[in-house]
Structures are given as structure tokens and as C-alpha cells.
Design a binder for this molecule. Structure first.
Ligand code: NDP
Length: 296
């Protein structure tokens, strides 16, 4: 039986809420959320202790953040810095910016707090079912400390390298997904315009070399059934691809496909707004062609 630890969870959004639920089953959890109602709901339904104030989370042995970007993480670090305890481990599950996370790690290290970046992939369904894949940047010792906690919310936990490496691979893998969603949507629309039934086009794609998570799982529900749930905000996806593009810039790398993908997603964000789901870029593609995905 693992030792009961005092954990704090900050950021009970689409991903954080179900992750905190799993953690509260195995450890003593204190929760804080900007909009207090979500933390109250967590506390009511899953028994996590409600932080009266953000500073209450500083009493935990392990602090976990799941926020939109590194900017919000940095702000929370700044607010907690005066009260964090030596020996605390800070796990940042946000899909953040590796440059910022290295600076954050330095600020925390001055207070004797260790930091790992541990972004996740697997979407809200992975958070609900505790089957996330988690990529961790940090020292081997800090990874060893974080791993048993991350295993409560994830299935595959991979140590990628030093601080920042987790955030770097996360945005790169999301960029692969973004480009795949875009090209798959374009080609499926073209098949439709050619007169091929969408279900047939998907069946062929999924039985052949064009198969991907996009063609198997993400697009059929939206394009065929017309269901467009909000699972992963386009604004977060755009942020990830922009961080990937900034890594390319920093490395003086030639990445034309990445640059194009970033431009397309940023344009789509301007069109669709902050509350759109990332797969709604398929609507923009249809719009660019003067059509829609609905059967005519
Ligand atoms: P949500 O927008 O659903 O939740 C964001 C959370 O951050 C909320 O708890 C929100 O509080 C809080 N927050 C926002 N701004 C601030 C602030 N200024 N200060 C304090 N708290 C703040 O995002 P997700 O849960 O979808 O995503 C979180 C992270 O996980 C992102 O980095 C995203 O890229 C990544 N991710 C998301 C996936 C998904 O499928 N959704 C999959 C994998 C990674 P409030 O309730 O007050 O708004």
C-alpha cells in the first residue's frame, strides 16, 4: 500500500477535474481553482479538501498544476513562492513552454523546490479513464518521485529528458496531430466533392495508408454525424503549435510544414474564436471551398 501523501491540485478544467478525481481516491488532496465553484464541486463530489486560499496549497508535499499556458503557471508560482516548503515537488501537467519551464524550475530551485514538466496526451477521455500518456522532463530523481503519482492518472509514463523536454515533445507531437487533422480534412472534403460518400472515403482511409487518430477517431463523429463536441480548445492547440514553431526558430531549423500548420491554425483561431474545439478547423476548410460538411 503506497504511503498517503499530501497533494495539491491547481486548475480543475476539462483535464484537471477528472485527473484530480483519480488522485483524491488515493491521496490526501487539496484543490484550488480560479473559479471557486469547480473546486467546491470537486470537494462535494470527491472529498478533496477545498483550499480556502491559494496559499493553503503550499502545505502539500507535491503541487500539481494543470493550467492553460506557462504564463498562468508562472503567475501561480510567483504567488506561492513566499510560502512553498523546501523539498516540495512541483509537477506541471500544463502543455507549457520549455523555455519558461526551465526558468520556473530555477526560481523554485532557489526555494529548495524540485520541478518536473509532465504534460499529458490522451484528451479528456484519457483523463476520465486515467489512461493518459505523460511525458516528463526533469532529473532522474525527480522523475522517480513523480512517477507513482502520475501513474494514478496515466497509463504510459515516459521520462523524456531534463526540465523542458516534456513540454518540447508535447508541442511537437501536437503539431503532428494538427497537420494530420488539416490534411485529412482537406482530402476527405475533396473526396466528397468528387462524389465519393464520406463514410466510404473514411472506410478506405482507415483500411489504408492514410489512417490516423484523426481519421479513425476524431473526424468521423464530426464530419459524418455532425457532432462537434468541445474537447480540446483550439486556442490551446494554437498555443502548442506556436510554441513548436518557436522551438524551430530557436534551433534555426527549416520546418516549412510546421510553419504552414501554425499559420493555418492561427488563422482558424481568428475565425472561430476562443471557445471553438480544435477539430472545428475542418469547418474552415469547408468554408474555404464554399461548402459545408452537411450532406446535400
Ligand atoms: P480548460 O480551459 O478546460 O481549463 C483551464 C484551467 O485553468 C481552469 O481550471 C481555469 O480556471 C484555469 N485558469 C485559466 N486561467 C487562469 C488564471 N489566469 N489563473 C488561474 N487559473 C486559471 O483547459 P484544459 O483542461 O482543456 O487544458 C489544460 C491544459 O492541458 C492546457 O495546457 C492544454 O493545452 C492541455 N491539454 C488539454 C487536453 C484536452 O483535451 N482538453 C489534452 C491534453 C493537454 P477557471 O475554471 O476559472 O476557468
Amino acid at each position: 500500500m503506497p504511503l498517503l501523501m499530501k497533494l495539491a491540485f491547481i486548475g480543475l478544467g476539462a483535464m484537471g477535474f477528472p485527473m484530480a478525481r483519480h488522485l483524491s481516491k488515493q491521496h490526501e488532496l487539496i484543490v484550488w481553482n480560479r473559479t471557486r465553484e469547480k473546486a467546491e464541486r470537486h470537494s462535494r463530489e470527491y472529498g478533496g479538501r477545498l483550499a480556502g486560499d491559494l496559499a493553503d496549497t503550499a502545505q502539500a508535499e507535491v503541487i500539481i498544476t494543470m493550467l492553460p499556458t506557462s504564463r498562468e503557471v508562472d503567475e501561480i508560482v510567483g504567488r506561492l513562492l513566499p510560502s512553498v516548503r523546501r523539498g516540495t515537488l512541483w509537477i506541471d501537467a500544463t502543455s507549457g513552454d520549455p523555455n519558461v519551464s526551465r526558468e520556473t524550475a530555477k526560481r523554485l530551485a532557489e526555494k529548495g523546490v524540485e520541478f518536473v514538466d509532465a504534460p499529458v496526451t490522451g484528451a479528456t477521455v484519457g483523463a476520465e479513464n486515467a489512461t493518459l500518456t505523460i511525458m516528463v522532463g526533469g532529473s532522474p530523481e525527480d522523475f522517480a518521485r513523480a512517477e507513482p503519482i502520475l501513474r494514478i492518472v496515466g497509463k504510459t509514463i515516459i521520462h523524456v529528458g531534463p526540465v523542458g523536454a516534456g513540454h518540447a515533445i508535447k508541442v511537437l507531437t501536437n503539431s503532428i496531430m494538427g497537420a494530420t487533422v488539416w490534411i485529412t480534412s482537406e482530402c476527405l472534403l475533396l473526396a466528397k466533392q468528387y462524389g465519393i460518400d464520406l463514410k466510404t472515403a473514411l472506410a478506405v482511409t482507415n483500411a489504408g495508408s492514410g489512417r490516423s487518430n484523426a481519421s479513425e477517431n476524431l473526424l468521423p463523429m464530426r464530419l459524418v454525424e455532425g457532432k462537434w463536441p468541445l474537447i480540446f480548445k483550439l486556442v490551446h492547440h494554437d498555443k502548442d503549435i506556436r510554441i513548436a514553431a518557436s522551438i524551430a526558430h530557436q534551433q534555426h531549423a527549416s520546418t516549412p510544414m510546421l510553419a504552414l500548420t501554425q499559420n493555418l491554425f492561427t488563422a482558424a483561431l481568428h475565425q472561430l474564436g476562443d471557445q471553438a474545439d480544435y477539430i472545428e478547423v475542418a469547418k474552415i476548410i469547408a468554408n474555404m471551398n464554399g461548402t459545408t460538411w452537411e450532406a446535400r
